[in-house]
Design a protein around this ligand. Structure first.
Ligand SMILES: Cc1cc2nc3c(=O)[nH]c(=O)nc-3n(C[C@H](O)[C@H](O)[C@H](O)COP(=O)(O)OP(=O)(O)OC[C@H]3O[C@@H](n4cnc5c(N)ncnc54)[C@H](O)[C@@H]3O)c2cc1C
Length: 521
């Protein structure tokens, strides 16, 4: 019987996945594993909460694929569905996507409320050459460059740019290295970006469809899931190039606690979170503008990294909210008018269209109508949709205010303006805005070494699991990155010989290359 104990700091999908890999592939008994989460719920950024009375709220709506997400599906092939216990989460998700195939008919809408023809990417010869040059440059050559260092202003007006950035949430000032990684990793999506045909969705929001089944399975294995517990500092022995965690100081339900970490025990840290310091508004108030001062998430990593270059440089990612902030909103509806009007306008039934982006909107706003119900507890007659805007600091086209200063009601007025829908369309609607100051912090320009390896050199019992670790070829801002980081950290610390599913090299397939070339012409 394994006597190793494991402590996981943070309860995001990365930690939940690491616990599952330790049990499934590392033979660690569930009761030896403890997850310590600062918030009242597990799941971290992969949230989804509320009800029809108070209104539902999601910080994000996730697009997945089955051509990538190798580690994610490797995990969820072992996790039973909560809806059909004879199925795994992987199977139920794939069956759902067979029935709800994505094929957007209204990917971009312009200022005239016209659906923009998007069969062509809108590239000039210069755009194609610059894109090719960027894709062929090594990560060393790209260094800490921004996307704007490699692509001329005209590129940022192409249909491709509007579709790509609103699918993946890039900004022109973000990392050229990460942009290149995305182009290669999602080469297949390049060939179908205008219809989003490669996108896979979960049955409900990802809290109900991914977090709850995983958490239920972990609890059944005996894993200790501790909420309201912030780890405030880490005791360690650090000498002769060897780093060992010896204890954890926590604030649990308002009281200080100490966890002694014995010889042979393991500690995993979720260093940094894209939803740190996020805040919710309401129909009548904008979300409060929180900053790092309101968060505990970054501090632990910052303190550990002081004087230890191998633990990375958090300040590269969390020092400029103006470059990493955007805002999303979740709308709960009690009348079908908006869904009916959108179905008629787009030609897509809910759950088949994906993002509709108002490409000329000052806020660069998009909405998604998922298949209903989108929450497991959503009553019949209630509908929920999600939207977001990449430029919340700009004045709206219909509301003379920055989105960041708008209430939910004002955001709905702006949306209604772009769609030219009548005022009554949002009768009884409840729109909950969500500000996320660090949502694209992972995309900030970085150099090698700014992110620690999941298992840094010399670390005896301590690993990082997050969006802020270095994994070759894979891309951040995905569930896959967190799960891959978890699998890598667990396998390396426990010396597990089972192979980690490799990143599928779509960009190296001749067939895909030909498709990409055809699409780019
Ligand atoms: C708006 C939005 C849209 C997205 N769209 C997509 C998409 O389309 N496709 C896709 O694949 N992914 C998408 N993602 C990304 C995906 O949701 C994340 O990559 C993933 O959920 C991150 O998980 P994580 O476990 O690494 O980190 P997190 O979920 O951020 O979890 C970290 C946790 O650690 C806790 N924590 C931190 N410090 C401490 C401490 N000291 N003590 C205790 N607890 C601590 C935090 O409270 C948090 O709960 C999206 C995310 C958002 C927010």
């Amino acid at each position: 019987m394994q006597t190793t104990k494991a402590w996981l700091i943070g309860g995001g999908v990365g930690s939940l996945a690491a616990a599952a890999f330790m049990i499934r592939d590392g033979a660690i008994p569930g009761e030896n594993i403890t997850i310590l989460e600062a918030l009242p719920l597990m799941g971290g950024s992969l949230d989804g909460a509320g009800d029809a009375v108070k209104g539902y709220s999601l910080r994000g709506g996730r697009m997945l694929t089955s051509d990538n997400y190798e580690c994610t599906w490797d995990l969820f092939k072992s996790i039973p569905s909560l809806i059909r216990p004879d199925r795994t989460v992987f199977e139920e998700t794939m069956e759902f996507n067979e029935q709800h195939k994505a094929h957007s008919l209204a990917r971009l809408v312009d200022r005239r409320r016209a659906k923009v023809p998007v069969e062509s990417m809108g590239f000039s010869m210069e755009d194609r050459l610059q894109l090719l040059k960027l894709c062929q440059a090594s990560e060393e050559e790209l260094g800490t460059d921004r996307i704007t260092d490699w692509l001329a202003p005209a590129f940022f007006e192409t249909e491709f740019w509007y579709m790509w950035v609103t699918t993946f949430a890039f900004q022109p000032w973000h990392s050229a290295v990460e942009f290149k990684r995305y182009l290669l990793r999602f080469a297949l999506e390049f060939t179908r970006i205008e219809t989003l045909a490669g996108v896979k969705r979960t049955i409900y929001n990802q809290y109900d469809s991914l977090v709850r089944p995983l958490q239920t399975w972990l609890a059944a294995q005996g894993v200790h899931l501790i909420h309201d517990c912030t780890v405030t500092s880490i005791d360690n022995a650090d000498k002769d190039g060897e780093f060992t965690v010896t204890g954890l100081h926590c604030e649990h339900a308002g009281k200080p606690e100490f966890i002694a970490v014995s010889d042979g025990d393991l500690v995993f840290l979720q260093n940094g979170s894209m939803t740190d310091a996020s805040s919710l508004g309401s129909m009548t108030a904008p979300p409060p503008k929180l900053t790092k001062a309101n968060s505990t998430g970054w501090t632990l990593w910052e303190n550990l990294a002081k004087g230890r270059p191998k633990f990375g440089r958090p300040e590269v990612f969390n020092s400029c909210i103006a470059q990493s902030c955007w805002e999303s909103f979740t709308v709960t509806l009690k009348t079908p008018a908006f869904f009916n009007a959108m179905t008629e306008f787009t030609g897509n039934e809910p759950g088949t269209g994906g993002l509709v982006t108002f490409k000329d909107s000052n806020w660069l706003m998009s909405v998604v109508l998922a298949a209903q119900p989108h929450f497991a507890n959503q009553p019949v007659g209630v509908q929920v949709f999600w939207g977001y805007a990449l430029l919340p600091d700009r004045i709206g086209n219909f509301i003379p205010k920055a989105m960041a200063d708008c209430s939910g009601a004002e955001i709905l007025d702006e949306l209604r303006g772009h769609l030219r829908f009548d005022a009554g369309i949002f009768a009884e609607a409840n729109c909950i805005p969500c500000r996320m100051p660090y949502i694209t912090s992972m995309f900030m320009p970085r150099a090698r070494g700014d992110r620690p390896l999941p298992l840094p050199p010399g670390s005896k019992n301590f690993a990082f699991i997050s969006q802020f670790v270095e994994i070759p070829e894979d891309v951040v801002f995905t569930v896959e990155y967190s799960v891959r980081a978890a699998q890598t950290a667990v396998y390396q610390l426990l010396n597990i010989e089972r192979a980690i599913p490799p990143v599928t090299p779509h960009a190296r397939s001749i067939k895909t290359q030909l498709q990409v070339l055809k699409k780019a012409m």
